[in-house]
Design a protein around this ligand. Structure first.
Ligand code: SAM
Length: 280
């Protein structure tokens, strides 16, 4: 029996179901249930919320979320080997865990959860950034979720909370902080995982703001910011040359200096540029 529920310890679950970690699926498992319960608590009160979890694996974080009182967890797992272990958890928490054996990049998850919705995941590193960008860039805001509580490599976490002027500041910082309150909630050393990854990790918590900080179209902002940081050492007028023939005039109209570099531009400046780029 484990510390947080009546189910077997995760080491036994992994041995029983033969869940040797597969690198191609980004499988670094959390086996300490006190730690997974602590991560679940970062997401706040879960008792009135449906939680989307991506990549439950053997179910360590899933069990943390359920033990912390999540109303319902919908978990999307690509690796069918994990299904029997997850079925045992579903049995222990009747009606509160739904497992979808699918690719998180392909599923329409929204319809499967009732609001308010929170997303909590120890993400597979190979799809983590792509999922985050999708969650941050829907056309309409507020989004279908209230908050995101996500494990990333420490370096990616630092990029999400970065301020202008440094190397970590880029597309992720702009897109995340434009529409969310963001913070690093917890750092984790490689030994917290089995097998241990080569890098340190961190849990980032993002609360959706009721409205974006500055007006801008998400698709245009995303495109402009991506282009600006793709050549971050170049001046904006050169980095954004391909975006419009009159880019220098547009930069000036947005209140930016064409000779500035992307790293120096605050979120407000990129939003102003996105608004100017939306004009014919
Ligand atoms: N949540 C578990 C934990 O904390 O121990 C496992 C986390 S492990 C870092 C990532 C999990 O995501 C693995 O179980 C892996 O099989 C799954 N996964 C990888 N790619 C996926 C995808 N595209 N869609 C859904 N799950 C995926």
């Amino acid at each position: 029996m484990s510390a947080i529920d009546g189910l077997p310890p995760l080491r036994d679950v992994i041995a029983t179901h033969g869940l040797s970690a597969r690198k191609a699926l980004g499988q670094n498992f959390l086996l300490d249930l006190n730690l997974t319960a602590k991560i679940a608590r970062v997401a706040g009160d879960l008792s009135g919320a449906d939680v989307l979890e991506i990549g439950p694996g053997p179910g360590g974080l899933t069990r943390g979320l359920l033990a912390e009182g999540a109303r319902r967890v919908v978990a999307i797992e690509k690796d069918a080997r994990c299904l029997p272990a997850l079925a045992e958890i579903a049995e222990a928490y009747p009606g509160r865990l739904i497992v979808l054996n699918d690719d998180a990049l392909a599923v329409d998850w929204e319809a499967n959860l009732t609001p308010p919705r929170k997303i909590v995941a120890n993400l597979p590193y190979n799809v983590g950034t792509e999922l985050l960008v999708r969650w941050l860039t829907p056309k309409r805001w507020p989004p279908p979720w209230e908050s995101l509580t996500l494990m990333f490599q420490r370096e990616v976490a630092d990029r999400i909370v970065a301020q202008p002027g440094g190397k970590a500041y880029g597309r992720l910082a702009v897109l995340a902080q434009w529409r969310c309150e963001v913070r690093i909630a917890m750092g984790l050393p490689p030994e917290a995982f089995t097998p241990p990854p080569k890098v340190h990790s961190a849990v980032v918590h993002l609360d959706a703001l009721p409205a974006p900080r500055f007006e801008a179209d998400a698709a245009i902002l995303s495109r402009v910011v991506k282009a600006a940081f793709a050549q971050r050492r170049k001046m904006l007028r050169a980095a954004l040359k391909g975006q419009a023939p009159d880019i220098e005039d547009r930069l000036i109209a947005a209140g930016l200096k064409p000779t500035d570099r992307a790293e120096q531009v605050p979120i407000e400046g990129f939003c102003a540029l996105a608004r100017v780029m939306a004009k014919p």
